[in-house]
Design a protein around this ligand. Structure first.
Ligand SMILES: [Zn+2]
Length: 91
């Protein structure tokens, strides 16, 4: 029965070796505090109300309306909003 023991031992060892090899998880670098990026703008709108595109914090086309900053993907969308903000602002 010696051979069976070795086989089991071999299998479990190879399983462990496999389990140790598979996770190729990249360790997330904790550099939140070291980042010196200017404070991200929090837009009042989650989506561009004109084209319904998701707004990103780094959008350049912004418009302030009633003390809230709205982000737009393009100057066109911003202009459309400017023309009739009430139409797009949802309460
Ligand atoms: Zn847009």
């Amino acid at each position: 029965m010696k051979s069976k023991f070795f086989l089991t031992a071999f299998l479990s060892v190879s399983l462990i070796a496999c389990a140790q090899e598979t996770p190729k998880v990249k360790h997330k670098t904790k550099n939140k505090s070291s980042k010196s990026v200017s404070k991200p703008v929090k837009f009042a709108n989650a989506i561009d109300p004109i084209c319904e595109m998701k707004t990103e914090p780094d959008m350049k086309h912004t418009f302030e309306y009633k003390n809230k900053t709205y982000g737009f993907c393009s100057a066109y969308c911003k202009d459309e909003f400017k023309k009739n903000p009430e139409k797009y602002v949802q309460k």
